[in-house]
Ligand binder design. Structure first.
Ligand SMILES: Cc1cc2nc3c(=O)[nH]c(=O)nc-3n(C[C@H](O)[C@H](O)[C@H](O)COP(=O)(O)O)c2cc1C
Ligand code: SF4
Length: 518
């Protein structure tokens, strides 16, 4: 009998040797005369256990990890004997870190073969599209609106309203653009999804197309994601053959097609209007709004632009009903958020959970504290433009409004942990430096202010007119916040001001120059 094994082909798993493990398992099986089939899946998101290998058994899939190529022989022996092994983790679905999650968007990731549309269907795929094809565009829009889904790219704008605006715009042609630039530090959910369950994104985009009357979609993916680009291209070709993309989607006589475009690597190209410029073949410079992309977007036509996770949530909402989604969450943050635990953390990875979980629970309990074993000092939530939260704010629930009330943001769900060896003055300097490097240059507060910012932090750290320069930073941050055209310049004050507010001692240390003089 053939033994079915599952080895991730996810970039994070490949980076720590998943390909070598797959090859070693094949060789060890050959030596033993064992018949095995290796399915290359995505990742389940338990990054510290990668490469995580699974084997199908009568009781369910049994997981082992982290596996190296030298473990292959002993692993196969343990699998055949269904016996103990030091890397055995038990039934994969029962691993507490997975069991505690509410996996809606990531239900199939790490489970299915991302190159098989049959496997996707066998695990509930395309149910949402099938239902959408029986509905009117207004009914689809009503479902998405009722679900309470908000954009997962950063701003948390209600997806139903965005789709409705495009649906109501009259034009010969409309577009669906998927923002897969994923530039936020510590985030990887888009990548994991595109690599591990690409048909879900294609299905979500097709549903969006039906809702607003668009027949073409583009996925704008960062160039640093070659594995995701490969997975998407192959899924698009397979979906064409299966008749779920193209001139006649699932026999409905309605057309929808998708192309992948690769960015050249600029953080600002994740900003929706700069992304559209780049997609049209120009340098990624932010456009002034209005007009909104929903009215005048790609090539001047009405365009839905959504993050990967926003679009990937649509199939669940259509398949299981808006209520099933809206029943989860807290306040105006409905449904689930795929939280990405990163930085100096013991159990880093992707944890999908209903909104409302506290930051402390995510960092201390689920994440297991720091990887270094030292105390947690600060957590940056929401990417490079997100605020640094001290332990005193760990009771904050994961919720758009709760974070905004504490001068922070959830952004794309990235949680980056720092231990007590971090110097927050350096982090504040880095925020300005990042802004200076990534600024598109269109507006003065961001283009010039970011450079003046890190120069001023340097003076503060050196002890030069410290109090005056601290006041200057506050003033500069206020100017950038109010005067910048987009959130790159407008939100850079969040990390800077939170570092100053919560960790003032790091800006007031005796400077090396002053110490030498004493
Ligand atoms: C500097 C900057 C970078 C951004 N980067 C991303 C990104 O990488 N991915 C993303 O989905 N949204 C990003 N956004 C947000 C987008 O402008 C936009 O709000 C989002 O694509 C809308 O989709 P959503 O409603 O599904 O969140 C960025 C915004 C700014 C200001
Ligand atoms: S804030 Fe910065 S990135 Fe945004 S438009 Fe102005 S210069 Fe460009």
């Amino acid at each position: 009998m053939t033994m079915r094994l599952f080895v991730p082909r996810d970039a994070a798993a490949v980076a720590v040797g998943a390909d070598e493990v797959a090859t070693a398992l094949e060789r060890a099986a050959e030596t033993r005369g064992l018949q095995i089939e290796i399915v290359r899946t995505g990742s389940r998101g338990l990054c510290w256990l990668e490469p995580m290998v699974e084997v199908a058994t009568a009781a369910g899939r049994v997981a082992f990890g982290p596996v190296s190529d030298t473990d292959a022989a002993s692993l196969l022996d343990a699998m055949v004997a269904d016996g103990p092994h030091p890397l055995r983790l038990g039934i994969a679905d029962d691993i507490p870190w997975l069991k505690r999650q509410t996996r809606l968007t990531f239900a199939r990731c790490g489970v299915v073969d991302p190159r098989s549309v049959e496997d996707y269907r066998a695990h509930g795929g395309y149910k949402g599209l099938e239902r959408a094809l029986t509905l009117t565009p207004d009914e689809i829009l009503a479902d998405v609106t009722t679900s309470g889904l908000r954009g997962r790219g950063g701003a948390g704008f209600p997806t139903g309203i965005k789709w409705k605006t495009v649906a109501q715009a009259s034009a010969d042609r409309k577009y669906i653009v998927c923002n897969a630039d994923e530039g936020d530090s510590g985030t990887f959910a888009d990548r994991m999804l595109m690599e591990g369950d690409p048909f879900l994104l294609l299905e979500g985009m097709t549903i969006a197309g039906l809702a607003v009357g668009a027949t073409n979609g583009f996925i704008y993916c960062r160039s640093e994601y070659p594995h995701a680009i490969g997975a998407l291209k192959s899924a698009i070709a397979i979906a064409h053959k299966a008749g779920v993309l193209g001139a006649d989607v699932a026999g409905s006589k309605r057309a929808f097609d998708i192309e992948v475009r690769t960015g050249a690597g600029a953080y600002v190209c994740g900003e929706e209007t700069a992304l559209l410029e780049s997609l049209e073949g120009r340098r990624g410079v932010v456009r002034a709004k209005p007009p909104l992309p929903a009215h005048k977007g790609l090539f001047g036509l009405p365009t839905v632009i959504n993050n990967v996770l926003s679009l990937a949530a649509a199939p669940f909402i259509l398949a299981e009903g808006a209520k099933a989604y809206a029943d989860l969450g807290l306040g105006r943050s409905r449904g689930t958020m795929p939280v990405q635990l990163a930085g100096n953390i013991r159990h880093g990875g992707l944890f999908e959970t209903a909104f409302g979980v506290s930051l402390g629970e995510l960092v201390d309990d689920i994440g297991g504290g720091t990887a270094s074993g030292r105390p947690v000092k600060a957590v940056q939530v929401g990417g490079p433009l997100g605020a640094y939260f001290p332990r005193a704010l760990f009771g904050t629930p994961f919720d758009y409004e709760a974070f905004a009330a504490r001068d922070g943001l959830i952004g794309h769900g990235g949680v980056v942990v720092f231990d007590d060896s971090v110097d927050m003055a350096r982090q504040a300097r880095f925020a300005f430096e990042f802004c200076a490097v990534e600024s598109c240059g269109k507006c003065t507060p961001c283009r010039i202010g970011s450079t003046r910012g890190w120069e001023t932090i340097d003076r503060i750290v050196a002890g030069t007119s410290r109090e005056a320069n601290l006041a200057l930073i506050e003033d500069l941050c206020q100017t950038m916040r109010l005067g910048s055209l987009c959130a790159l310049g407008g939100f850079t004050p969040y990390p800077v001001m939170s570092a100053l507010k919560h960790f003032p001692e790091d800006f007031r240390r005796p400077s090396p120059r002053l110490q030498a003089a004493e």
